[in-house]
Write a protein that binds this ligand. Structure first.
Ligand code: HEM
Length: 117
């Protein structure tokens, strides 16, 4: 079970790499107002949600205690990110504040995941 959980943690981290990487490659375009929500950002966010839910199930099946409040907060923030990226995925250019908000919420989720015990 440990190996399976670790495989999904790895997939979980590949998801955040895709979401944050998609944002970071476009910070210059964001300043110019030409950034857009690219497929890696959408697929990264979806990967986070799916692997996160699988991780909850695997940890429960393995009788591992989870911080449910932390996971709930991560999920709530991610649902907002996913909603924005999904709805705006076909827009030619994303408004600077909205694109910046997705980057900020993504970093906030990383800090919640790593700093909250
Ligand atoms: C952008 C959003 C997210 C980020 C940045 C993130 C980040 C992380 C990181 C770095 C880990 C490994 C470190 C650790 O074990 O604590 C982790 C584990 C985990 N994540 Fe996430 N996560 C996100 C969203 C979610 C969501 C939406 C769920 C549930 C639906 C979830 C459920 C879990 C679970 C169950 C674990 C493993 C158990 C644990 O040790 O807490 N995550 N996450």
């Amino acid at each position: 079970m440990d190996v399976l959980i670790n495989v999904f943690v790895a997939l979980h981290i590949i998801g955040i790499a895709s979401l944050l990487g998609g944002f970071l490659t476009q910070t210059k375009a964001m300043s110019a107002g030409t950034a857009r929500f690219t497929p890696p950002m959408l697929h990264g966010a979806l990967t986070m949600l799916v692997t996160g839910m699988v991780l909850v199930g695997l940890n429960q099946a393995d009788d591992q205690a989870l911080n449910n409040i932390k996971i709930g907060v991560k999920m709530a923030v991610l649902v907002v990110i996913l909603g924005i990226v999904y709805v705006k995925r076909d827009d030619e250019a994303a408004a600077k504040p909205l694109f910046g908000a997705v980057g900020g919420l993504t970093v906030a989720n990383i800090l919640i995941a790593t700093l909250w015990a």
